[in-house]
Ligand binder design. Structure first.
Ligand SMILES: *Cc1c(COP(=O)(O)O)cnc(C)c1O
Length: 374
């Protein structure tokens, strides 16, 4: 089946008890056994598994081309599940530029457990090779990266990771499986903040990890961590996320087309000193992005000439874009990223990050150009 068909049908089952086409939300925390002690639908207790969660996991597995998925209560919980698969003394390689709270988790929690971490420029394959150690167990990739949309070669990273028997895990939140399928490129697992494009409506916080092999050490550790650690999403959250999947391809393709158009317009605006969008031929990894992705996504960032104050003033003037963090919803968002990331942020001070929504692209451009003050 083709991707759109999978998105429309995977995980969606007619309810056998009522014929309802949309599945009910199963709030029950426990499931009765038959007199012989058998479990009726394979369900025992909702921390371990629940019909709504299983349906979501089935769909995410299909969309990423994996063997199994584990849904979590947030993207951060999904990242923690991967980090918990490592042990004290293990070494992880991560990109310098990535979602700032991923590094926050390592600094605040895993450093105390003696998990070693190296942060490298992952657009430089040699730098990653040089950072490999005999105890490297994880190469964490985020591509395109937050917030400058740097693009990392997933196949090369997987090769390097496997050369020292490490796992290659890709945070695929920004690209979505519509545009990028890391497991096909050799990665061992994919993570998502399902809060973003998978949810798509800014009304649910969630996360997921999808693995290439359920029986592998990584697959088994993640499943045990989910069932025992218990950072699981509610049945309603799973239901909302599954509800959002049929529209995922349409949503992100529209968002991608608009982001591409806006990136081009911004690039020729006199007040804009840089535009970060992998679809622009001027992007340093444009050729790699064109090879590795089937679309460049709905996120872009740009730098306003004049630095932080100039950028904050532009953000203050938008009327249609909402000044808010997060991304991937139907509504366009803009934010001054360095302010969100705090004083240690490596993000350029004049950078504004945009999540392009589903509004008409001409209305979005009218808003940005009036805010930039032509
Ligand atoms: C938002 C985000 C996360 C964290 O997800 P939460 O759902 O907020 O916990 C991780 N990675 C990326 C790339 C994100 O954009």
């Amino acid at each position: 089946m083709r991707f759109e068909t999978l998105a429309a049908h995977a995980g969606h089952h007619t309810d056998p008890a009522t014929g309802a086409v949309v599945s009910p939300i199963h709030l029950s925390t426990t499931f009765e056994r038959t007199p012989a002690g058998a479990l009726v639908g394979g369900h025992l207790y909702s921390r371990m598994g629940n019909p709504n969660r299983n349906a979501l996991e089935e769909a995410l597995t299909a969309l990423e081309g994996g063997a199994a998925a584990m849904a979590f209560s947030s993207g951060q919980a999904a990242t923690m599940a991967v980090l918990h698969s490592l042990g004290p003394g293990d070494h992880a390689i991560l990109p310098v530029e990535m979602y700032y709270n991923t590094r926050g988790l390592l600094d605040a929690h895993y450093a105390r457990w003696n998990l070693q971490a190296s942060y490298v420029d992952m657009t430089n394959v040699e730098a990653v090779r040089d950072a490999l150690r005999p105890n490297t167990r994880l190469v964490w990739v985020e591509t395109p990266s937050n917030p400058r949309l740097q693009v990392t070669d997933i196949a090369r990273m997987a090769e390097l990771a496997h050369s020292v028997k490490a796992w290659c895990v890709v945070d695929n939140t920004w690209a979505t499986p519509v545009f990028q399928r890391p497991l096909d490129l050799g990665a061992d697992a994919v993570t998502h903040s399902t809060t973003k494009y998978i949810g798509g409506h800014s009304d649910v916080v969630g996360g997921a990890v999808i693995v290439r092999s359920a029986e592998s050490e990584l697959g088994q550790r993640l499943r045990a961590y989910q069932a025992q650690g218990g950072a699981v999403p509610s049945p309603f959250d799973c239901w909302l996320l599954l509800r959002s999947l049929p529209s995922l391809p349409c949503r992100v393709r529209t968002q991608c087309a608009s982001a591409g158009k806006l990136a081009g317009l911004l690039a020729s605006h006199p007040r804009v000193s840089a535009v970060h969008y992998p679809g622009l031929p001027s992007h340093p990894q444009h050729a790699l992005a064109a090879r590795q992705m089937t679309g460049f996504g709905g996120m872009l960032s740009f730098e306003v000439a004049g630095g932080a104050m100039a950028a904050i003033q532009v953000a203050a003037k938008v009327k249609l874009f909402l000044r808010a963090t997060s991304l991937g919803g139907y509504e366009s968002l803009i934010e001054h990223r360095a302010s969100v990331e705090g004083p240690k942020s490596p993000t350029p001070p004049g950078l504004l990050r945009c999540s392009i929504g589903l509004e008409h692209v001409d209305d979005l451009w009218e808003d940005l150009s009036q805010a930039l003050g032509e």
